[in-house]
Ligand binder design. Structure first.
Ligand SMILES: *[C@@H]1O[C@H](CO)[C@@H](O)[C@H](O)[C@H]1NC(C)=O
Ligand SMILES: *[C@@H]1O[C@H](CO)[C@@H](O)[C@H](O)[C@H]1NC(C)=O
Ligand SMILES: *[C@@H]1O[C@H](CO)[C@@H](O)[C@H](O)[C@H]1NC(C)=O
Ligand SMILES: *[C@@H]1O[C@H](CO)[C@@H](O)[C@H](O)[C@H]1NC(C)=O
Length: 511
């Protein structure tokens, strides 16, 4: 299964998305737990210094129309939101909107992170809206295929418009309360699109690691994974990339040679690797460990690029050349499993399909089924490995990922290219011609390939691109940490500078 959510690792809270295998999902959860812990410690310290805390955070629900276009559809669903009034300077202080994506949000969405630090600075009201069909914002029958047709980024944007109205009425807001939106990963794209489509509601937007360009065959994801494994600034090397390449070739050779029993044992597969699909599932999981390590480098994942490379390039006298790389990959997987406490590696393709077909709503974590539906209908983003630049295995094909669309949702594979074309036509792809949007990306993060990396050309209020050396997915969204690279700290100062400038110019306009 090649669905991995591209979640921004940052807090439980945030962001997320983009599919790949279940190992990548587990890594996300691991990273989230680490960041959740960090947020809690951070808040505890604040509590001791008598800063505002839990009591200032409120949870609410609004009932949204299921269909914002066809008003004949009377069905509604409950949508969850959080508000933090602790820093708000009434009545004219700005509003900072945190946008939820393909996972549940929590009160931490309005309590921790760089946007919260800026809210404190500017006396902003913090609000966060969970995405429709994820977390608690879904009806009990919401995962049935016929209901999923109401799940789209377009409906999600109108949900945000309705939410804007709801909050404005509840807090007596006027045009003097300047709204700025924030999001990372898929919600980063929503942040840019919201500002682009509704500039009268949202004055400026920060879009972190936002893949605004839909792409069916996202082969360049793994091209960047390869480049990052080469990058000496983050602990990569030519030797490291070469060893990864050799190791996967060795795994493939053993499987082709009929030695699947041995391979299954070596990598701790939960079941024997009987079906060819299960072998592909194993290779996807192995690739996921490397992809996830790159995507979340330095953000609390079980491994870092540096550690991964140290293990996979560690020479020993015991093995022949090609055995060597294979054995080091086995070692790497054991280290990974020890860190995550996974007893074995799930490799059953059948079980994977069963899990994705399950329509029981789960109120926390990533919505894998929903997100897969969105990739089929809107975004693609399939992290394939058929391109010569990919260091893993050619078995990870576009075909094997997209066949889930008809299988699970009745969305034909032949309709996928036009779905992607429509999305890019509707939003503008990587030339969205928005104004007053900050596109922030890290060069290690494979998702930067689908974002905006150049400054806009407009005369006034042009878009700005911030491209950070040596950082991964959504790194800018967390608060400053002492160990952050200086490039990351500088990027945050630049974001702060733009947000301050926007608030100032908005205040002038409202005089
Ligand atoms: C399977 O692996 C074992 C141990 O490495 C080796 O001796 C054997 O020849 C292999 N079998 C096949 C069919 O490749
Ligand atoms: C490299 O291998 C040696 C001996 O096999 C081992 O003691 C050492 O811990 C390994 N280093 C890493 C980074 O795995
Ligand atoms: C679906 O998921 C729920 C919740 O995780 C679980 O309790 C249930 O057994 C699953 N159903 C099937 C058919 O796997
Ligand atoms: C965008 O413009 C700013 C200011 O002119 C410049 O410092 C920055 O390097 C530019 N960014 C990119 C990615 O070109």
């Amino acid at each position: 299964m090649h669905l991995s959510t591209v979640r921004c690792a940052y807090l439980l809270i945030l962001i997320n998305f983009a599919y790949s295998g279940r190992v990548l999902t587990k890594m996300k959860e691991y990273v989230h737990r680490a960041q959740y812990q960090r947020a809690k410690e951070h808040l505890l310290m604040r509590a001791m210094s008598a800063k505002p805390h839990l009591n200032d955070v409120k949870e609410g629900v609004i009932y949204q129309s299921m269909d914002h276009v066809d008003r004949e559809v009377v069905e509604t669903f409950p949508q969850r939101y959080f508000v933090n009034e602790a820093y708000w300077e009434r009545p004219h202080g700005p509003v900072f909107l945190y946008i939820g994506g393909e996972a549940a949000i929590s009160m931490y969405s309005v309590m921790a992170g760089h946007h919260v630090d800026m809210a404190e600075e500017h006396g902003a009201l913090l609000v966060a809206l969970e995405h429709r069909f994820y977390g608690a914002s879904i009806n009990p029958d919401g995962l049935h295929t016929e209901k999923l047709r109401y799940l789209s980024s377009q409906h999600a944007l109108v949900d945000l418009v309705t939410f804007h109205k709801h909050i404005s009425e509840k807090y007596d807001l006027t045009h003097k309360n300047t709204w700025i939106s924030f999001g990372g990963s898929y919600p980063g794209a929503l942040s840019a699109w919201l500002r682009g489509k509704f500039p009268h509601l949202i004055y400026g937007a920060v879009a972190s690691s936002a893949p605004v360009k839909a792409k069916l065959d996202f082969s360049s994801y793994n091209k960047v994974v390869g480049e990052s494994l080469l990058d000496e600034a983050v602990g990569g090397s030519l030797k490291c990339l070469g060893a990864v390449w050799e190791a996967f070739a060795a795994v493939e050779a053993k499987l082709l040679g009929g030695n699947e029993t041995q391979v299954g044992k070596d990598f701790g597969s939960c079941q024997p690797l009987e079906e060819p699909e299960d072998q592909t599932e194993l290779i996807q999981s192995l690739a996921d460990i490397i992809m996830g390590t790159v995507q979340y480098d330095g953000e609390g994942a079980p491994l870092t690029i540096e550690k991964l490379c140290a293990i996979i390039t560690n020479k020993s006298e015991e093995f022949e050349e090609e055995e060597e790389a294979y054995e080091k990959l086995v070692k790497l997987v054991r280290v990974y499993q020890a860190m995550t406490g996974e007893p074995c590696m799930e490799t059953s393709h059948k079980l994977s399909i069963q899990e994705l077909s399950n329509t029981t709503v789960k109120p926390s974590g990533v919505g894998e089924r929903q997100w897969l539906f969105q990739t089929c209908n809107e975004f693609g983003y399939y992290q394939t490995c058929e391109d010569a630049s990919c260091p893993f295995s050619r078995l990870l094909t576009l075909q094997s990922q997209t066949e889930l669309c008809p299988l699970l949702f009745g969305v034909s594979q032949s309709s996928l290219p036009s779905n992607i074309v429509f999305t890019n036509h509707f939003y503008g792809g990587d030339h969205p011609e928005t104004h007053r949007v900050l596109y922030v990306n890290g060069d290690i993060d494979p998702w930067h390939e689908l974002s905006v990396l150049r400054n806009g050309t407009a005369r006034a209020d042009r878009d700005r691109a911030i491209f950070i050396d040596g950082t991964a997915h959504c790194a800018d969204m967390s608060s400053d940490k002492p160990e952050d690279p200086s490039t990351l700290k500088e990027a945050r100062r630049e974001i702060e500078m733009h947000v301050a400038k926007w608030l100032k110019s908005a205040a002038w306009e409202h005089l």
